[in-house]
Design a protein around this ligand. Structure first.
Ligand code: PRX
Length: 652
């Protein structure tokens, strides 16, 4: 049994010699107080130190959560910049030959590196190519790629032109890709012929062809050639990356943008079937990504920093591309999976590239722990100093394995809590300073005021458990939902007005440590992938055989959460042997390969109140294997369906 009050001191080799702002908890507390006293002065100071502004801002925050329905929050509103000058140009001046990107391809040892000088050249050429294809400031480009350096180059090239990119994770289906293209009205799609992952081909171009069959906004499709596979081709619209980019000029002056111009849109799941396009803007986002990356991981000049997330998610944006490059760091891009060719792959990468900071998701840690320690111990991990986790709550056993086996007790673990909406890390240890507890995200980043609210929306002071909200704006927060500010306000700023509601639950212990308990809304977190139950349900009811569907999560040893679907068939339809396979395919087609239902249960009806509302609490308890905790079911229109549901409950 894990002792939750056990505190792990920062190992001395991690604590020593920090060049950063928080070498100790005292320093962290002092700066926290400074930020509280005068946030504008603090963040203006940070942004001027960290970011290459064309015109330095004189204004910090403008706006508040109270009037966010009318006025979007603005940070550094009178400044101008092009974020690529912070991420590339100034590092070319300071250290042109420093490696910016280490690319580790799918096959072990296959890959390449790009120095800052080379990255600059590639980004400028790609930006010129995109301009030639018609992409202008403010227009949108969809990036639907795997983990190749060209994905980061494409992001930066869009930013060079002041265009807005929206990266769509390469696992999403054609339908999901199409919806995102339509929602943001993209002019250009950037993709590749084939993606490679875990020894398998991912037909990115083919999916793009299906997705763009009826998307009138798309004028051109730029295709990076990753393999020699032949792919469907439209001679009018499709352009090979090597044809357009290789011949382009490497001279591409960066377009000046306002601090609050959108940098990117990233779609994420919520409690409705339609994903939201969260908008992050140039000045505040980059400040937050850069500051948090430097301070949380206690970045050192010679670090080899590896975040093994995908650029399709916010972690890839902030902590593979924007944060590390803004900080002039060496960042590793990993194309493969933790299990390819075997469960030693991460540590093989660590050994070969002498990785010092390693950042992954709890689901990967659990999957690897289950494979045994030998896969870890046969590689040299002595370069490691900081181990990070993100994306879902980490159970203490997995944390301890990461600490003891991977880090051999010589690394600090930073369990970083944050969200697509927050742009960057919000609650986290500081690698060189914070004594950690297994499974706790510990303390807020300076400038962040997390608050816990009880069921009556009363603020819990001191220890307690409640809904996690944030009290004040911070530079990295998403500013709006693309094309739908009302939805942004309704989702985040209405339930617990005037606070930002995260959708998560959280417990604070007597020493002020924060323990994220998971989502309290209808969002699932499966292997660190965020998906809405409503997205599954709308996919499932689109199948002819299905009358009604309700989807809930249940605890899963490796994935964190599994997906449990209750299905009511149409009258006259019998449960056939093939129905599960058909419905799995329906979810795959509507959402993507990562949208896997683990358990199906065909039920005679859903438990509903007399007003027709599905009582999800009951469905959750049954899926969690706790039917004895159903509570009062007497308010149901037809309590007998509960007996049938309990009797037919499925288990893995
Ligand atoms: O539930 C929280 C969980 O992931 C959600 C955010 O998902 P997404 O926007 O996809 O961003 C993931 C990467 C930042 C949160 O609402 N989550 C994220 N990090 C943690 C976490 N839960 C517990 N502990 C974490 N460290």
């Amino acid at each position: 049994m894990t002792d939750e009050t056990r505190t792990y001191a920062v190992p001395s080799r991690v604590a020593e010699g920090s060049p950063n702002l928080f070498p100790s908890m005292d320093a962290y507390r002092e700066v926290s107080q400074d930020v509280k006293n005068d946030p504008d002065a603090f963040w203006l100071g940070v942004t001027k130190d960290r970011i290459a502004w064309r015109k330095e801002p004189t204004i910090g925050l403008d706006g508040s959560f109270h009037d966010i329905a009318k006025n979007q929050i603005s940070w550094f509103g009178d400044g101008t910049l092009n974020i690529t000058e912070s991420c590339i140009d100034r590092h070319v001046d300071a250290h042109p030959d420093k490696v910016a990107i280490i690319w580790e391809g799918d096959e072990p040892g296959d890959g390449r590196t790009l120095t800052y000088r080379e990255l600059h050249e590639e980004v400028c050429k790609t930006a010129n190519a995109l301009r030639e294809l018609g992409l202008k400031k403010g227009e949108r480009a969809i990036i639907y790629m795997g983990m190749v350096p060209e994905a980061a180059i494409a992001m930066l090239a869009c930013a060079r032109l002041g265009a807005v990119h929206s990266v769509v994770f390469g696992g999403f289906s054609a339908e999901a890709l199409r919806d995102r293209i339509l929602d943001c009205g993209a002019e250009i799609v950037i993709t590749q012929d084939i993606g490679r992952r875990g020894g398998r081909d991912i037909p990115l171009k083919e999916v793009t062809v299906q997705a763009t069959a009826a998307t009138p906004s798309v004028k051109k499709v730029l295709v990076y050639k990753r393999t020699n596979t032949e792919v469907p081709w439209d001679h009018e619209r499709d352009v090979w990356w090597h044809d357009a980019v290789n011949s382009a000029s490497a001279d591409c002056p960066a377009v000046e943008c306002a601090a609050e111009d959108p940098l990117f849109i990233l779609y994420t799941s919520g409690s409705t079937g339609k994903p939201k396009g969260l908008v992050h803007t140039c000045g505040g986002y980059l400040t937050w990504a850069s500051f948090t990356h430097q301070e949380v991981f206690d970045l050192r000049d010679d670090d080899v920093y590896a975040c093994v997330a995908d650029v399709g998610w916010i972690t890839g944006h902030s902590y593979i591309v924007y944060g590390p490059l803004a900080n002039g760091a060496t960042t590793l891009m990993f194309e493969s999976t933790p299990l390819y060719p075997d469960a030693g792959r991460y540590w093989d990468v660590v050994q070969r590239h002498k990785v010092t900071v390693f950042y992954t998701a709890p689901t990967a840690i659990r999957a690897l722990a289950a494979k045994g320690d030998d896969f870890v111990t046969k590689y040299d991990r002595s370069s490691l100093r900081v181990l990070g986790t993100v994306g879902e709550p980490i159970n203490p056993a997995a944390w301890e394995w990461y600490y003891d086996v991977v880090g051999e007790g010589r690394c600090n673990i930073v369990d970083t809590w944050w969200q697509t909406e927050t742009g960057g890390i919000m609650i986290t240890p500081i690698a060189c300073a914070t004594p950690t507890r297994a499974g706790s995200a510990t303390f807020p980043m300076v400038g962040i005021e997390p608050i816990l609210l009880d069921d009556e929306a009363r603020r819990i002071r001191g220890p307690g458990e409640g809904k996690l909200c944030v009290e004040f704006p911070w530079p990295g927060m998403a500013r709006t939902v693309w094309g739908d500010h009302d939805r942004y306000v309704g989702t985040y700023f209405t339930t617990y007005k005037p606070y930002y509601f995260t959708g998560d639950g959280c417990r604070r212990d007597a020493q002020g440590y924060h323990w994220i308990t998971g989502r309290v809304d209808d969002v699932l977190n499966v292997s660190g992938h965020r998906m809405g139950t409503a997205e599954f349900e709308s996919a499932l009811v689109s199948a002819e055989a299905v009358a009604e569907a309700a989807v809930v999560g249940f605890p899963h040893d490796i994935k964190g959460q599994g997906v449990y679907a209750y299905i009511v068939l149409q009258p006259g339809v019998d449960a056939s042997d093939s129905i599960e396979a058909e419905l799995k395919q329906v979810c795959r087609t509507a959402i993507g390969a990562h949208a896997v239902v683990d358990l199906f249960q065909i039920v005679p009806g859903l438990p509903k109140t007399r007003s027709g509302k599905v009582m999800r609490r009951i469905l959750r308890k049954v899926a969690e294997g706790e039917p004895e905790k159903l509570g009062d079911v007497s308010t149901l229109a037809d309590p007998s369906v509960v007996d049938a549901i309990v009797a037919g409950a499925k288990k893995l």
